[in-house]
Structure formats: C-alpha cells, structure tokens
Design a protein around this ligand. Structure first.
Ligand code: EPZ
Length: 420
C-alpha cells in the first residue's frame, strides 16, 4: 500500500490540465452493455475505478481491444454472462450500474449488493423499485440482487430521493424497454445529461435530461457508443482549492467553468480571485480568506464530492464557517484527521462548524475514502512540516496522476512505493 509524502508550505503556481470525468466514464462504460459491436471511448481517465469497471465488463463476456492513453475500444458483441460478482462490486459501488443494462439486454441479472460504504449506507432500493415498476421480478438472496424480465416495459416512476446512479440505471434500462418511460425527480448532474446525450447518439430516444423529468421512448437496439468523455468537475474543483489553500496562482486548463459555478461563487465569497476563461479557470489568493457557509445539494447545488476539500480550505480561513452535508449521512471522516493537523472543527449531526486557525501542522494521516483523501492532500500542502498519507489507494480510485500534477505546480510531494 503506497503512501504519499508531502512537505507543506509551498505556494502552487503554473498550469494543470484536467483529466476526463470518472463519474461520466463509469455509466457510459456500463451503457456499452446495451450495444452490440465495437464501442470507442476517448478522454477516459487512467484511474482505478475505470480499470475495475473494465474488468467487470470483460467478466460479463465483452472484450477490451484497447485500453491505452485515455482510449477504450471495447467489443460488446459477446456479452452473455449476467453475474456481477461480489469481489468486483465490493471494491466499487458504481458496479451496480450494470444492473439495468443487463436486465435490458439479457433479461436476467445477478448483481452483488455492494453493502455499506464509508460515506453512508447508500442503499439501492430506488434502483430496484424503479426496475420493478418496469416489470422486472427482483429478489434479494445471499447478498445478491436477482432480476428477471423477458422484456422491460415502459413505466412512470418517481424517485423519492434524487439519485445519480439510480437515474442512470433506469435511463439505460428504459432505453431498450417496450414503450414509454417517464422518470420524475431525476438527477440533473452533467454526467447524467451526458449519458442521455450519448445514448441518443447511439439511437435512443430520450428527452428532458438536465430537467427534473426525463422521458424515454424505448427502442429495439442501440448502436455502439463513440464519444469523448468531458473533463472532471470534481478534479477541477480540487485543483481550484489547491491553489486557494496554498495562497497560490494556478491556471486550470481543459475544464468546463460552468460545471463548477457553485464552487467559484463560494471561493469569491471567501475572498479569492477566480478568473473564468472559456475552458480554463485561474484561482489567485492574496493570502486573505474569510470563513463562509456551504450546504451540499444535488447539482446545480454545491457538490458533496467537494465538501471535504472545501472544509480543508475553511480550516485556514478567518472566522467561522458552517458546513451542512445533506446528501450523505456520514461524510465527515476527514474531520478527525484534519483535527490531528490542528484544525478546529465541531460536528453536530450533519453540520460541521469550522473555526479557522492560523496554521495546520503536518502529521501522519490515513485516507478513508476518495474525497476525504483529497482533502487530506490539500491540508498537507498548506501545513507546516511533513505529512505522510497512508491508504492512498482511495485517491487512486478517482484522481489521475495526482502527485505528478501537484509536483509540476511546485508542491514537494512524492509517492513512497510499498510492496505488500
Ligand atoms: C454518485 O453516487 C457519485 N458516484 C458519487 O461520487 C457522488 O458522491 C454522488 O453521486 C452524489 O453526487 C458516481 O457517479 C459513480 P446517489 P450515487 O445515489 O449515485 C440515497 C465520488 O467521490 N439513495 O446520488 O451512488 C443515497 O444514500 C463519489 O466520486 C437512496 O436512498 O449517489 C444518498 O443519500 C462517491 N436509495 C442519496 O440518495 C437509492 O436507491 C444520493 O446518492 C439510491 C440512493
């Protein structure tokens, strides 16, 4: 298990290029199950979750012909296995994205329940109810979801809670269902809109993506997907905060400024300068920063996937900030580690009250989940002295070349390879 070593206190400067969006790539990869033929994806980030999804798709009978330099060429013609086993699903919850596509294509699915995860219980009940509404017979047995449906049929379904992968799962299933499906209270995340647009390019008939209601007219078959994954908005936000927390001046290139507007507004409110270009952002700090409040919400609200990183920033702001996490019930695991670095944070239920301190000090730290790990890296960049972050496999799930990118911006950072 590798470790990342950071000697903090260095101002970051220069340019960093954003990689393709992990959370856009994963549903598109699952959607390849709905197609027959050679799919061609570009701009795919080189992160562990992508490799896991590709392993799962190969396990289902598909064939990866190329996976190199951000390109995946994948032949979905021979997909014939309907089981997503525990050892693959347990390492990545997004594997549950294959449930809808397998039912739609093969009429059967056996997908392991991913179980709880560090950031909350994260059930799949809304995915299951939606598929049942479309005529699937589903039962749970020995930790697996078993589903069967000769052909799914169109239905009207309301999501009690806005769910990103739930929306993606039903959207994919409905694309090959018999008749019209209406999904209400759906996720409006850019990754969901992209999925719908790419399915349409392959012959699906989907309208309403980006609003609360999506309508899908089922079709008989879909052509292979040919697309380029857009830049990762959470990676973008993480580097924006990296510039802010190190009192830096960093230009972030190959990004979509509109997708991180809620963060941009909050950074400006805290006193930072954010310059927006067409496909770039520059974040400049003059060293002064006020504590401000945030509340995480589904898109276009403040992303829960940036909450931990923003909290790291607020530990060094002047005054208090209140951070309310409304999406996941247990997404404060970074707090105890940040406190070990000298941060002043109190948790009350889903609220964290952060009182800014003058400085953080480096410490041995443990990564607990993907975004919590990113917040520790950010705090360590700003802290006085050395931090050694262990369990960095969490970071590798979603950040492409993080230590090289930060090193090029001037950070004193390196990875310590540890053989198991
Ligand atoms: C997606 O997870 C992302 N993952 C997460 O990114 C992100 O944090 C999350 O959306 C919220 O934006 C991918 O896109 C692969 P949800 P997802 O279903 O879809 C509840 C990262 O760091 N819920 O939108 O699994 C759930 O418990 C990650 O990259 C139900 O109650 O999240 C949560 O409270 C981690 N029943 C809320 O909905 C269900 O059936 C939103 O979760 C489904 C969800």
């Amino acid at each position: 298990m590798d470790k990342i070593v950071i000697e903090g206190g260095k101002r970051l400067e220069g340019e960093v290029e954003i990689s393709g969006a992990k959370n856009a790539a994963l549903p598109i990869m699952a959607a390849m199950i709905l197609t027959t033929g050679q799919n061609n994806l570009g701009g795919v980030p080189q992160v562990r979750d992508v490799t896991t999804m590709l392993n799962l798709l190969n396990d289902l009978g598909g064939c990866t012909e190329e996976f190199n330099a951000g390109r995946i060429i994948f032949d979905s013609t021979d997909i014939n296995n309907f089981e997503a086993p525990y050892d693959l699903v347990s390492t990545m919850r997004a594997s549950s994205l294959v449930l809808g596509p397998l039912l739609a294509r093969l009429g059967r699915a056996k997908v392991s329940l991913p179980g709880g995860c560090a950031i909350g219980a994260r059930p799949l009940d809304l995915h299951i109810k939606g598929l049942e509404c479309m005529g699937a017979k589903i039962h749970l047995e020995k930790g697996y979801i078993y589903g069967e449906a000769k052909r799914l049929r169109g239905a009207r379904y309301y999501f009690d809670t806005v769910t990103v992968t739930g929306t993606a799962n039903l959207l994919m299933a409905a694309s090959l269902a018999d008749g019209k499906t209406v999904l209400e209270n759906v996720a409006k995340e850019p990754e969901v809109v992209f999925l719908a647009d790419m399915l349409n390019q392959s012959g699906a008939k989907i309208t309403g993506q980006g609003t609360d209601l999506i309508i899908i007219e089922g079709v008989q078959s879909l052509k292979p997907i040919n697309c380029h994954i857009f830049p990762d908005r959470i990676e973008t936000g993480t580097y924006m905060i990296a510039s802010a927390i190190t009192k830096g001046n960093v230009k972030i290139t190959n990004c979509i400024p509109k997708q991180v507007e809620s963060l941009t507004l909050k950074l400006r409110q805290a006193g930072l300068i954010v310059e927006e270009g067409e496909k770039s952002l520059r974040v400049i700090s003059d060293g002064q920063m006020n504590g401000i409040n945030i509340k995480t919400q589904p898109h276009p609200g403040f992303a829960t996937d940036l909450q931990a990183q923003f909290m790291a920033l607020m530990t060094l702001a002047q005054g208090k900030s209140i951070i309310l996490e409304t999406v996941f019930e247990n997404r404060f695991m970074h707090v105890s580690e940040l406190k070990r670095m000298g941060a002043d944070i109190t948790i009350q239920g889903r609220t964290a009250i952060v009182s800014g301190v003058k400085e953080l000090s480096g410490a041995p730290l443990m990564a607990t989940d993907l975004r919590a790990s990113a917040s520790l890296v950010l705090a360590a960049l700003a802290a006085k002295g050395e931090s050694v972050i262990s369990r960095v496999y969490h970071i590798d799930r979603g950040y492409s070349n993080i230590e090289q990118k930060l090193y090029r911006l001037g950070a004193r950072i390196h990875r310590k390879k540890i053989r198991n």
